[in-house]
Design a protein around this ligand. Structure first.
Ligand code: ADP
Length: 396
């Protein structure tokens, strides 16, 4: 039996899934929340579902609670921790150092540390998760899977910004892109569904709380909407997405904001939440729009327009388009938003089938014979991490 534990450590949370890789089934999953804050708790689903409220001072405490739950006779799914073959970690920023997943050793850990300036909130949490697992499970191989790695195939014309080149040379200011595991997973599945053509031009739309679009040509990412940070690209739940950079100074002046306040303004108070004034959740916004809330309707309209523009621009970048994929919370579930995005795109060869669009799960939503095919493909970032981990660990 090959069991792989997948860890996604945030600054105050730690999500996990345990896979049996013989069947790729999830044996157990859960979330440790409010780590290092008061009233921390572990929500665990194994043989049973439980919530344990207990102080977790740091990620070490959290990992120990997770491992205890996994081998607990009542709620666990393992007899012994030795049944875990390896641990796969989601790491947000691999910078330019990593273009693929890595078996973690001292050098890899050091390189992840070197990339902390590029993701000051995320990478330190990921490092804490890795170190805690190494301490709790000595000798068990650990693998790092980077959100940025899939996009390292972008050519310079896609990743260089129009700022002094020294900013790139000195500080590594460039486009990196995120959601790489998701874009990789759904684009590979789309290539399968297309029948493994020799060449393929695919636009993958990962639309969730954070959203990003990628242009995937012949299986490789050649451009993506998120940038050096996840703030760039389409308008998101609470992030502004693409704006005129001069707006930052303008708002800071007008509202007498510090840099931290401005950061929060564009990351947490903007997006469809900022436009609608209702919520960052598309279900709430759609409900409000139904009740004739004009700003909610506007927020949906702006979002759909941004996604449509990216699809069109990436078709231009690739010199054609074979397929569009929708995934993540909105992409998989919000058929009305998909229809809004694809409206009037017959000119590019997309003929949507409204009947198919209303179905759920993995399916095609274009009519037979549509020149460009559109698929809904549920993403599974944890499974990609587990597969990569299995691939990289020494064979038993
Ligand atoms: P994250 O980026 O946090 O992983 P998800 O991919 O889970 O986010 O997407 C979350 C978003 O998906 C929610 O904010 C919500 O707007 C949207 N969503 C989820 N289910 C539905 C649904 N049935 N209809 C419309 N929107 C949905």
């Amino acid at each position: 039996m090959k069991n792989i534990l997948v860890i996604n450590a945030g600054s105050s949370s730690l999500k996990y899934q345990l896979f049996d890789m013989d069947t790729e089934q999830v044996l157990s999953k859960g979330l440790a929340e409010r780590i290092g804050i008061s009233s921390s708790a572990l929500n665990h689903r194994g043989k049973k579902e439980i919530r344990i409220v207990k102080d977790m001072r740091d990620h070490n405490d959290a990992i120990h609670m997770v491992l205890d739950a996994l081998v607990d006779p009542e709620v666990g799914v393992l007899k012994d921790l030795s049944e875990i073959a390896a641990v796969g970690h989601r790491v947000v920023h691999g910078g330019e150092t990593f273009s693929a997943s890595q078996l973690i050793d001292e050098n890899v850990l050091e390189a992840i540390e070197e990339n902390v300036p590029l993701a000051p909130l995320h990478n330190p949490a990921n490092i804490m998760g890795i170190k805690a697992c190494m301490a709790a499970m000595p000798g068990v191989p650990q693998v790092a899977v980077f959100d940025t790695a899939f996009h390292q195939t972008m050519p310079p014309r896609a990743y260089i910004y129009g700022v002094p080149y020294e900013a790139y040379e000195t500080y590594k200011v460039r486009r990196y892109g995120f959601h790489g595991t998701s874009h990789l997973f759904v684009s590979q599945r789309a290539i399968e569904l297309l029948g493994h053509p020799e060449h393929s031009k695919i636009v993958t739309c990962h639309l969730g709380n954070g959203s990003s679009i990628a242009a995937v040509q012949d299986g490789k990412s050649i451009d993506t909407s998120m940038g050096m940070t996840p703030l760039e690209g389409v308008v998101m739940g609470t992030r502004s997405g693409d704006i005129d950079p001069a707006i930052v100074k303008f708002i800071m002046d007008k509202e007498h904001m510090s840099i931290q306040e401005a950061d929060s303004y564009f990351n947490k108070r903007s997006g469809v939440y900022g436009i609608s004034g209702v919520s960052s959740d598309f279900r709430d916004i759609a409900d409000a729009a139904q009740e004739n809330n004009a700003r909610a309707e506007l927020a949906l309209d702006v979002f759909a327009y941004h996604v449509k523009k990216y699809i069109g621009s990436y078709a231009a970048a690739m010199g054609g388009l074979d397929c569009v994929v929708f995934t993540a919370g909105i992409g998989e579930n919000d058929s009305a938003m998909r229809a809004r995005i694809l409206e009037n795109m017959e000119w590019i060869g997309i003929e949507m089938d409204p009947w198919e669009n209303d179905k759920r799960g993995e399916h095609e939503i274009t009519k037979p014979g549509s020149k460009v095919r559109v698929f809904v493909i549920p993403t599974n970032e944890e499974l990609v991490i587990a597969r990569d981990t299995l691939r990289l660990i020494p064979k038993a």
